[in-house]
Design a binder for this molecule. Structure first.
Ligand code: IMP
Length: 434
């Protein structure tokens, strides 16, 4: 028995929701450790659909403890709205089933505004870089965390310290806003914003590292629920077209306060093709009818922003990199059925860069934009793989595709998902029992 870390091995949207839900049923505690309400997934349980952005999946299952770790950035208004929405669906959230790290950073309205101002300015003036963010204030909040001027959860309990911290925060933000030609923000506005939510947020606060340590010693099963994907990692992703947190598995330790030795099995959720929302390099992107086919068949629209996702062939070179940077033990391969009916399938095995062949995506932004994929081509299959629950249900060519993926990325398939339904899964290894 072990703990499990679930992360996305591509650019997010790999289908983590279904797998995390399936695993959370086996877990005692579900912990989020990075990101914020820029994430989004839909859980379908007994026919009811729950949309979560900030709360860990465990909250919708009775008897589970959900934890928001210190590595997460929390918009308190988004938190309250999500709790209320779930309450409307009959899910009661109390400190008995949700704990929030008292040292987690808060997202304020000024962060959300700044995120939008920067994105708009990058488009209209062609200055700066348009990242295509979710405009939720994630990046600006992490900037303040690293700049040591953030407001954290526990500050809500101490109005005097809070007031001084807001002064310091505004000295920075108002200077920034003046430079951008924006109006200044008053101290009273931010204080109101924070004091109005304090009573709703503070009951959930906890010394999360301590609580998790006790639970670990007691033998609780802990599931760490990653958000976004490894290629959006602030260090290992396609910088600067990335999110503002470390999305790789190691962050499960730093973002929750547990030691890395307690993390256990690392499950990399991996889509059978590739998608990306927002800007940035995407070597295997398809601008043709096949790209459109993948988008339509795969319902590739963003859960949070509704944006159309860019689609392309499976990039084994990129996932091989994710296997290394996350220490992936096994993958959950999702959406194989989207490839049903295609005459042939391509898998990227490396790149050509300035006349040379390379086996990984270089870190340089210029080189990332110039690489050309090197493909192997496989025969497709005509049969449907939707709903397959054992290997024998899959056509031979589909099995060949999966084996080729495993070999190229250097990690085995632990689970294979063949539809959004929970039970439409081929289970090779139960990560909690591995
Ligand atoms: P931010 O996280 O809102 O700052 O956005 C930065 C980049 O990460 C943009 O390209 C977003 O589209 C992308 N992103 C953020 N959250 C997700 C997600 O949950 N799935 C996929 N892409 C995401």
């Amino acid at each position: 028995m072990t703990n499990v870390v679930v992360i996305g091995s591509q650019w997010g949207d790999e289908g983590k929701g279904k797998i995390v839900d399936w695993l959370s049923e086996r877990a005692d505690i579900v912990v989020r450790f990075q990101g914020g309400h820029n994430a989004g997934h839909t859980l379908v349980i007994d026919g009811t659909s729950y949309k979560l952005s900030l709360l860990p999946s465990g909250v919708v299952r009775p008897g589970k403890m959900a934890v928001i770790g210190n590595g997460v950035v929390i918009d308190p208004h988004a938190l309250i709205a999500e709790i209320e929405k779930l309450a409307g669906q009959g899910v009661t959230i109390t400190p008995d089933n949700l704990r929030i790290a008292d040292n987690a950073t808060l997202i304020l309205s000024l962060h959300r505004e700044l995120d939008g101002i920067r994105e708009d300015a990058a488009v209209s003036s062609n200055s700066g870089i348009k990242i295509g963010t979710t405009r939720r204030g994630i990046g600006p909040a992490y900037e303040d965390k690293v700049g040591r001027r953030a407001i954290r959860v526990m500050d809500l309990a101490d109005p005097e310290t809070l007031s001084a911290k807001v002064d310091r925060l505004l000295a920075h933000h108002n200077a920034l806003r003046r430079g951008l030609g924006e109006s200044e923000i008053s101290h009273a506005k931010i204080m109101d914003e924070l004091t109005s939510v304090a009573d709703r947020v503070l009951p959930f606060r906890d010394t999360v590292w301590l609580m998790l340590d006790k639970e670990r010693r007691r033998g609780a099963r802990i599931l760490f629920e990653g958000a976004q994907g490894s290629l959006l990692d602030i260090d290992h992703g396609t910088y600067p077209f990335v999110t503002s947190s470390n999305t790789v598995a190691g962050q499960a330790a730093a973002g929750s306060g547990m030691g890395p030795g307690s993390l256990g099995y690392v499950l990399g959720i991996t889509k059978a093709y590739t998608t990306r929302v927002g800007e940035g390099p995407f070597p295997t992107e398809l601008h043709d009818g096949i790209g459109q086919f993948l988008g339509e068949r795969g319902h590739e629209f963003g859960t949070v922003t509704g944006r159309k996702r860019r689609c392309g062939w499976f990039d084994a070179a990129l996932v091989r990199q994710s296997v290394a940077t996350n220490g992936i033990t096994g993958i959950a391969l999702t959406k194989l059925d989207v490839l049903d009916g295609l005459d042939e399938l391509k898998i990227c095995v490396g790149y050509r860069l300035d006349g040379q062949e390379i086996d990984h995506l270089p870190a340089s932004q210029g080189q990332q934009a110039r690489v050309e994929p090197i493909y192997v081509t496989l025969e497709g299959w005509k049969e449907s793989t939707v709903g397959a629950r054992k290997w024998a249900d899959l056509p031979a060519q589909a099995i060949k595709y999966v084996r080729q993926v495993e070999e190229l990325i250097g990690a085995p398939v632990a689970l294979l998902s063949t539809s959004p339904e929970r039970d439409d899964t081929i289970l090779v290894t139960d990560p909690f029992e591995d």
